[in-house]
Design a binder for this molecule. Structure first.
Ligand code: ADP
Ligand code: TRP
Length: 334
């Protein structure tokens, strides 16, 4: 089982990225082969400033390492270090129906938020599919919002295989029966249901584009400001608190189960104010992430070490990509 996933370096990493993605990445690296990359080409769809893009790429790499991705267990690399991905992106694009891209949720959402749609944003899911197919990944851990992209990836891999592998049977993609495996492996999405959507300080999905995040590596004052600013209602101190509050959801996520059980009792019974619960969340955040935060500061002081890890990861990823891209080139007549 080869696991692969990526995170865009389009902003600072937050609790949603950790619980929705990186925590699963850490788990999977202990179970088998894993590849994790910084999607810095995808980030260009939103970050239109070179120095900022470079800084965010570096910060995402440091976040990966600080949060427990281990280069001794997983291959950690930068998307842009593997030029073959752009070659596959183009070739794959020639079997992608335009109508699929027109109904992509991520595209429609971003346009609805006021981002001026350019070709890169429109073509985003094709590059994501190329990311996955280039390394013949079996499983892709992603948040719920990415599931449609995985469905597209499966459809396009199948289309490509049907077009270029004589005798390919979509119902037998590994060729167990026909002896005709696809050139592109059809991957599975791995979605964690329990933490499928992490709520932000305003109760909407936590996302850097909604300015409602709690950033993992912000300074202490900023973390405090964000947590104390979580939206709450006017339920009086003595009354039981509503269970649909984003504060409650975050406490459940961040506190260890035994600590949460105490908080949960008080939440349901009444008698404790929101300010108190926010302080419990702040303490839980520090207990959970101060180790990673200290590692992040250490890595900041050692950029050459981070570079070395990424270069090594890229060399390994490129070796896995080589046979796939060679097969594709040959099949399409290049
Ligand atoms: P953002 O929404 O802040 O732009 P990204 O789209 O870059 O975050 O997400 C990177 C990864 O983190 C994806 O796998 C995504 O599913 C996951 N993720 C981001 N925000 C959340 C959230 N609020 N809840 C669960 N997972 C999330
Ligand atoms: N689109 C993903 C996100 O925003 C990032 C990503 C790019 C990705 N390429 C990928 C995730 C390949 C998994 C596999 O979160």
């Amino acid at each position: 089982m080869r696991i692969l996933s990526g995170i865009q370096s389009s902003g600072k990493q937050h609790l949603g990225n950790y619980y929705g993605a990186i925590r699963q990445f850490v788990r999977y690296q202990d179970q088998g082969e894993a590849l994790y990359f910084i999607a810095n080409l995808h980030a260009l769809t939103t970050v239109k400033d070179g120095p900022t893009a470079r800084t965010l790429t570096q910060q995402t790499a440091m976040a990966f390492l600080a949060l427990g991705l281990d280069p001794a267990k997983a291959c950690i690399f930068r998307q842009s270090d593997i030029p073959e991905v752009l070659e596959l992106y183009w070739i794959l694009g020639t079997v992608v129906p335009q109508s699929n891209l027109e109904r992509a949720h991520s595209f429609k959402d971003k346009v609805a938020k006021g981002i001026a749609p350019d070709f890169g944003l429109f073509a985003y899911p094709v590059l994501m599919a190329a990311d996955i197919l280039l390394y013949a990944a079996d499983g892709v851990p992603v948040g719920k919002d990415q599931v449609q992209h995985l469905e597209f990836t499966r459809d396009w891999a199948t289309k490509f295989n049907l077009a270029y592998v004589p005798g390919y049977d979509a119902a037998d993609s590994t060729g167990a029966r026909t002896g005709r495996p696809g050139l592109l492996k059809v991957p599975e999405a791995l979605v964690e249901q329990e933490t499928a959507v992490v709520l932000g300080t305003d109760g909407e999905k936590m996302s850097k584009s909604y300015n409602n995040t709690i950033d993992l590596f912000a300074d202490d004052a900023e973390v405090k400001r964000r947590i104390m600013g979580i939206r709450t209602d006017s339920t009086p101190v003595e009354a039981p608190k509503p269970l649909d509050s984003p504060l409650y959801a975050l406490l459940k996520l961040v506190l260890p189960p035994a600590d949460f059980a105490d908080v949960d009792r008080a939440w349901r019974a009444g008698g404790r104010g929101y300010g108190d619960f926010k302080k419990a969340l702040l303490a839980g955040f520090h207990a959970g992430f101060d180790g990673a935060r200290a590692r992040y500061r250490q890595l900041e002081a050692r950029p050459a070490e981070v570079e070395h890890i990424l270069a090594d990861g890229a060399a390994r990823a490129r070796a896995l990509a080589a046979p796939v891209i060679a097969g594709v080139r040959k099949a399409v007549g290049l």
